[in-house]
Design a binder for this molecule. Structure first.
Ligand code: ZN
Length: 434
């Protein structure tokens, strides 16, 4: 996994985002389906459809929304707002409209960002019957008194909620869940970055021999996660570790938000990875605001699911605006987020407990050539210390991650030491259920 070329990964993830960016998505509808079909060019995502009105815990699956066109024309017939130029112009779930009206009436349905007058905000009205347009504040200020023709060619009808799922079978039935929301229109960091990193990661994992099984979810935010949880409630005990991926492409430092449980193996694996990355990072405690970790960590499930992002959404003004575009995200940030996820997966895959088969006194390592073997490894610094830590704490109680944390050493150094000791017959893994 470590041999992956970072530039190449950054480019692949960025290219996928560029392909998905023009598609107009919402929490239901053909744009979401088209997005899933585009993902299928990379991995065989299974597309699920759930009927409008299906009860999912305290929610019900909403009507399906589709839109063909939307615009506002001034009295000269000029399109002053045009959905075809930027799909953020329409408030998601806007009801159909075909009317002429005064500027005063129109203004009640217009949304802008006066503090960032060049940017178009992203607004939605999933659960209120209304309509609206978003535009830059500068364009808003140019609107003259007069009558305007408003046209929204949308349909809100019984249909389906769509989501995508991709499963990779490992040696164990226990699963690692990787979830991301895929329902936003032209926004890159939130959350095409999460979608694209998950897809390229899934592609990469699918060619490996894996201990855990991996389940990737591409969901409409909130109601999609609740729908998936409802439909899979009987199988949730298989989820051993999980992460929500979002906002992975901005230039800020990595942030990991802990699961509600707070000290699970995935929490520890992410904290260890960020701590040892040599870069600035932040760890946040769980809070019931944010992304779909809210649903996975709701008290009735309380799953070991954290959230990886870079800058948290409330700390960058581009969030939910047209400025969260292809210029805002960086291939280097995407590649860095990707490589941190793979480091965490490598920890999960290799984190085992061992038994020292020669626990009375230290075994004579020199006689077995272990010091020399370590010195000959170029990828890791030679570490007698790692051998000693693994030997001492391989008592069937401490995992390699426990030992890495105790020793202050990188997990990878501890894993390399454990591999060597196992090859030499000095330790053996504790029996693992298949
Ligand atoms: Zn969002």
């Amino acid at each position: 996994m470590s041999a992956l070329d970072k530039n190449d990964v950054g480019r692949q993830v960025y290219q996928l985002i560029s392909k998905l960016y023009p598609v107009h998505r919402s929490i239901t509808g053909n744009g979401f389906r088209k997005t899933m079909r585009l993902l299928r060019r990379h991995i065989p995502v299974r597309i699920h459809e759930v009927s409008t009105g299906t009860r999912v815990f305290d929610w019900s699956v909403p009507k399906e929304w589709n839109i063909k066109d939307a615009y506002v024309k001034d009295s000269q017939g000029n399109k002053v707002i045009d959905f075809r130029k930027c799909n953020l112009h329409i408030v998601a779930y806007s009801l159909p409209v075909k009317k002429t009206m005064s500027l005063g009436t129109l203004k009640k349905h217009l949304f802008t960002l006066p503090d960032f007058p060049d940017w178009i905000p992203y607004r939605y009205a999933f659960y209120t019957k209304t309509w609206g347009f978003c535009l830059s504040h500068n364009d808003f200020l140019k609107l003259q008194e007069g009558t305007y023709e408003v046209r929204i060619d949308s349909r809100l009808k019984k249909g389906h909620l769509t989501y995508g799922e991709y499963f990779i079978k490992g040696r164990q039935a226990e699963e690692v869940l990787v979830s991301c929301h895929a329902c936003h229109p032209a926004l890159c960091n939130d959350n095409l970055s999460g979608v694209a990193v998950a897809v390229i990661m899934a592609k990469c994992l699918s060619s490996l021999s894996l201990r855990y099984s991996y389940r990737f979810l591409f969901l409409p935010a909130t109601v999609g996660a609740i729908t998936w949880l409802r439909r899979n409630e009987a199988r949730l005990s298989r989820i051993k570790h999980g992460v929500v991926l979002t906002g992975l492409g901005d230039p800020g430092r990595s942030t990991y938000k802990k699961s509600r449980l707070g000290d699970t193996e995935i929490d520890r694996a992410f904290i260890h990875t960020l701590k040892n990355s040599g870069q600035d990072y932040e760890i946040l405690d769980f809070s019931p605001s944010g992304y779909d970790e809210r649903q996975f960590c709701s008290p009735g499930f309380n799953l070991p699911v954290g959230c990886l992002m870079r800058t948290p959404p409330d700390r960058y003004p581009e969030y939910h605006t047209s400025a969260d575009n292809l210029d805002f995200i960086r291939p280097a940030s995407l590649a860095d987020s990707f490589s941190k996820c793979l480091s965490v997966i490598s920890i999960l895959e290799n984190n085992r407990k061992y038994i020292n088969l020669n626990p009375k006194g230290e075994p004579q390592l020199g006689r077995r050539g272990l010091y020399r073997t370590m010195a000959g490894q170029s990828e890791q610094p030679p570490s007698e210390l790692a051998l000693l830590w693994v030997l001492n704490f391989s008592d069937g109680q401490h995992s390699l991650l426990d030992i890495a944390e105790k020793s202050g050493m990188n997990f990878e150094a501890i894993r390399v030491a454990a591999d060597l000791l196992q090859k030499e017959g000095l330790i053996k893994p504790v029996f693992e259920r298949a």
